[in-house]
Design a protein around this ligand. Structure first.
Ligand SMILES: [Mg+2]
Length: 297
């Protein structure tokens, strides 16, 4: 792999600190842009530790929710991820809102950039980038129907069979908690078509049905971050349908052998699929990314 990313960047403010030549860190050759939930971090219910308890890996807590541990990664994954972060080459990419993202704790330095709210926000040193959200908000307002129109439609009594409650993410998009067994495939089909004609995308993720303006996508925000960092090659990782375009447009992609991309049989050029599932797939993803970022595999 040619050396496209040496840490040099036209945006010098974006790469201060860990990339200082005096630290003798390995040079990153690519940028690791990764989804979080069920890709890097796992709730207790999602660990999928099927072997004997005494063979289970050591885990590190990655999130506290209401005073209790909520998400985990393996210690080995944490160590490798810390090295990627220390090289300034880790960008978290999540559908979580900013507030939900701020609960995540990784060892190592805070990444310079993070993508949250499914690409609607780019955090720079932990602070939402106003220029990105303003320009995206402007384009969404021009090209997609207003959120109120979508929410009024979803809240119609004819949808009450499957719709438990509707929430908005920072006023930018919607997600409904649904009763999946009451949500027929044909309903999903007409909802998708109705929303598409208003330039909104529908995506079912577990018990959450997302309604997102078509211009809000992880792939656009990742492209913007990569542009600001001088155009490194992107190694992408993700597990869900909301990660599909972001994985499809990356130089290389990694996905676990669980989740919606697995269920839909997602394949792409340069895609690596883990052998393991659950939190051990998370470790495999970080190990593969580490090899690609530092060129040691
Ligand atoms: Mg995920």
């Amino acid at each position: 792999m040619s050396l496209l990313y040496s840490g040099a960047s036209p945006d010098s403010a974006g790469l201060a600190g860990p990339l200082s030549p005096s630290t003798e860190l390995p040079v990153a050759r690519a940028l690791f842009c990764s989804d979080l939930d069920r890709t890097l971090i796992y709730s207790a219910a999602a660990l999928m530790l099927d072997g004997a308890d005494h063979d289970a890996p050591s885990l590190q807590v990655a999130e506290i929710l209401e005073g209790r541990p909520q998400s985990y990664l393996t210690n080995a994954a944490s160590g490798l991820l810390t090295q990627i972060a220390e090289a300034g080459a880790f960008v978290p990419v999540t559908t979580r809102t900013v507030a939900q993202y701020r609960r995540i704790r990784f060892h190592g330095p805070r990444p310079k950039y993070a993508v949250t709210t499914n690409g609607a926000q780019i955090l720079v040193d932990g602070v939402p980038d106003q220029e990105w959200s303003d320009s995206l908000g402007h384009r969404v307002a021009n090209e997609s129907a207003p959120l109120e129109e979508i929410s009024a439609y979803v809240l119609l009594p004819i949808h009450s069979e499957w719709m438990l409650r509707l929430r908005d993410a920072e006023g930018l998009f919607l997600y409904a908690m649904v009763e999946r067994e009451n949500l027929p495939a044909e309903t999903l089909t007409y909802l998708t078509a109705w929303c598409a004609s208003r330039n909104w995308t529908v995506s079912l993720q577990g018990r959450k049905l997302y309604f997102i303006p078509s211009l809000i996508g992880k792939e656009f925000a990742v492209a913007e971050v990569a542009r600001r960092m001088g155009g490194p090659r992107v190694v992408a990782a993700g597990d869900s349908l909301l990660d599909k375009n972001f994985l499809g447009t990356a130089f290389a992609a990694i996905r676990p052998s669980h989740g919606e991309l697995e269920e839909s049989g997602f394949e792409a050029k340069g895609l690596t699929v883990t052998k393991k599932r659950g939190v051990l797939a998370g470790e495999e993803i970080v190990r593969a990314a580490h090899g690609m970022v530092f060129g040691d595999s």
